[in-house]
Design a protein around this ligand. Structure first.
Ligand SMILES: C[S@@+](CC[C@H](N)C(=O)[O-])C[C@H]1O[C@@H](n2cnc3c(N)ncnc32)[C@H](O)[C@@H]1O
Length: 213
């Protein structure tokens, strides 16, 4: 099956965000909303394991939610006391995020194009990179996200844990852990393991990295 072009993928996400409810929109379209809610809660708990239970109104964590979709994770992280920038390439998603409010600052931007005046304590990218179909754009995206993490900060990105690249349908390309490590190690990011979602047979998990140099 032929992969979607960049334009087609953009149209796909815009239409999906307009059509689907709060959770199926950026979650798993094969799940109903209650199952997606469990899926979101499960991943949020896993995320907390990885970013820690830091909560300090005077010194919040600066978090980038890269590919924030309708903003579920961004809003949750703001409720925990963090300062959150949410970015997404879909104008429909960003408009819906802004309408929902809740505290995050939202920007329409591709992962590869986001420039920030500050570095982040934590950059999360949840179920987005395997939708970046073009390899060059995937590499530019991952490099840019990594460059936005402060020394000692964390980069958390999701993908499959199996080695090798795989194409699933026309809008998903999963890439193996070695691809992430090979690109990020020379940038000073230490790999801290792959943490599977363990939800309904999902093959996806969070790759966690810490900037050490
Ligand atoms: C499966 S959804 C996940 C959304 C959100 N992270 C969540 O878990 O609810 C994938 C999102 O990635 C966005 N996206 C895809 N390619 C992107 C790119 N190159 N730059 C920024 N966002 C992108 C889509 O618009 C969509 O909102």
């Amino acid at each position: 099956m032929e992969l979607l072009s960049v334009t087609e993928a953009g149209e796909y996400w815009d239409a999906r965000h307009r059509r689907e409810g709060e959770l199926r929109s950026g979650g798993d379209v094969s799940f109903d909303e209650p199952t997606n809610e469990m899926f979101y809660v499960r991943r949020l708990a896993l995320l907390l394991d990885l970013i820690g239970e830091h909560g300090d109104p005077v010194a919040p964590l600066f978090v980038l939610d890269a590919g924030c979709g309708k903003g579920w994770f961004s809003r949750a992280l703001v409720r925990f006391g963090h300062q959150v920038d949410g970015i997404d390439a879909s104008p429909a998603a960003v408009a819906l995020c802004r309408a929902a409010g809740g505290g995050p600052r939202y920007h329409e931007s591709p992962l590869s194009g986001w420039r920030s005046p500050w570095l982040y304590d934590v950059v999360v990218c949840i179920d987005v990179l395997f939708h970046v179909l073009d390899d060059g754009e995937w590499e530019a995206s991952l490099r840019n996200l990594a460059s936005l993490v402060r020394l000692g900060g964390r980069l958390i990105v999701s993908d499959h844990g199996e080695p090798g690249d795989r194409i699933h349908g026309n809008y998903q390309v999963t890439r193996g852990p070695d691809r992430y490590a090979a690109l990020l190690a020379p940038m000073g990011l230490r790999a801290d393991g792959w943490h599977p979602y363990r939800f309904r047979g999902s093959l996806v998990g969070f790759h966690a990295f810490t900037r050490i140099g």
